[in-house]
Design a protein around this ligand. Structure first.
Ligand SMILES: [Zn+2]
Length: 362
């Protein structure tokens, strides 16, 4: 089947496709309604489809839209997996859990963040403790998110960022911008000052799994880093060393990258969702990978994110900037082309099969 049929250009269409595919596959559906609406007044929810024995000791979990707008990709991969029967002949004592749109607000509003401008994948810190610091972000804050976005202000900001990269290296600049920060609620990659809605829902889902599953493998779909259509498997080698060893065994040692080892397209991050999953499913062996697909060059992607943060802090929905910035966000996080979608589906199937084989051998 042509890969394009699995993907949707809007959240509500993606949701309808997912629910139809899950129903056709005979999945049980559980819905977590979100309290807010989408830009066209559409209802928002995180939907969870479950296949296989409900009390299985092994679980394969997939997640889409951790970063809202990146859900065009993850949703398409989830729908393809359901429609093409990948979860039909599961190994014994194994269930599949597809979490669709864990951040439905960001998906519907073409944002990477949640309704409160929080990067869900930086939100899983202990909010009772002092927050991790990001000195690079603090130093560059006015250049990363300039208060005005006229041409001279943007050019001055760019000179500042270029100078930082020339002095400290491009990965240091990437970490300053994207590593996570807890000082600027209107800025980019803000980790939040409390667990956000999507954080609480994700913990609830994993706490439910902990009741029966002793081995949990997770594929968390992302976009925005790395070469076009390439699916990089990313996990921290430091935070979960046993999980790292399993992922390398299952996927092949050269297939998994770690920001801690400096061989990933991602900078080292704080407060990632894998931390929250491990806490909620305590006792289970967790093998959690982010499957990250490239779309456009990194600088273009970061520029779109900076514009989107400014938009939500300073502009109205009927302003001329609004539609243009939203189109830009979709363009950098969703490769709306047949070749890209084929690459996503092929890689998603490949990783799904190897995760299932790894779980079966665990
Ligand atoms: Zn992401």
């Amino acid at each position: 089947m042509e890969a394009g049929v699995f993907f949707a250009g809007r959240y509500d269409e993606a949701r309808a496709r997912f629910l139809a595919a899950a129903a056709a596959a005979g999945a049980a559906i559980e819905t977590h309604p979100h309290p807010l609406r989408g830009p066209a007044g559409e209802r928002l929810a995180c939907d969870v489809a479950r296949l296989g024995p409900p009390r299985a000791s092994r679980a394969l979990v997939t997640i889409s839209a951790t970063h809202g707008v990146e859900g065009h990709c993850g949703s398409g991969a989830q729908v393809a997996t359901l429609r093409e029967g990948l979860l039909r002949d599961m190994p014994p004592d194994t269930c599949a859990v597809a979490i669709h749109a864990i951040n439905p607000h960001g998906f519907a509003w073409s944002r990477r963040v949640t309704e409160d401008n929080v990067d869900l994948n930086r939100n899983f810190v202990d909010h009772a403790q002092p927050y991790p610091s990001n000195p690079g972000y603090e130093e560059l804050r006015a250049a990363i998110c300039p208060p005005t976005r006229d041409a001279p202000a943007l050019a001055a900001a760019q000179r500042r960022l270029d100078a930082y990269a020339a002095q400290h290296g491009p990965m240091a600049l990437q970490q300053a911008i994207s590593g996570g920060q807890y000082v600027d609620p209107q800025g980019v990659f803000f980790g939040g000052h409390a667990p956000t809605w999507s954080n609480r829902v994700l913990r609830r889902i994993f706490a439910g799994l902990a009741g029966h599953a002793s081995d949990i493998a997770v594929i968390d779909y992302h976009t925005g880093l790395g070469p076009y259509g390439h699916g990089e498997l990313i996990m921290s080698s430091k935070a979960n060393p046993d999980g790292w060893r399993r992922a390398c065994d299952w996927m092949g040692k050269d297939e998994v990258t770690s920001p801690d080892l400096g061989n990933s397209s991602s900078a080292p991050l704080v407060g990632v969702n894998a931390q929250g999953m491990r806490e909620a499913a305590s006792g289970a062996r967790m093998t959690t990978v982010a499957l990250e697909f490239g779309v456009r060059p990194l600088s273009e992607t970061l520029d779109a994110l900076r514009a989107d943060a400014w938009l939500h802090a300073h502009a109205e929905m009927d302003s001329p900037e609004w539609a243009a910035t939203k189109a830009r966000m979709r363009h950098v996080f969703y490769g709306d082309e047949p070749r890209w979608k084929e690459m996503i589906v092929a890689r998603g199937f490949d990783v799904t099969r190897r995760m299932l084989a790894g779980l079966a051998a665990a």
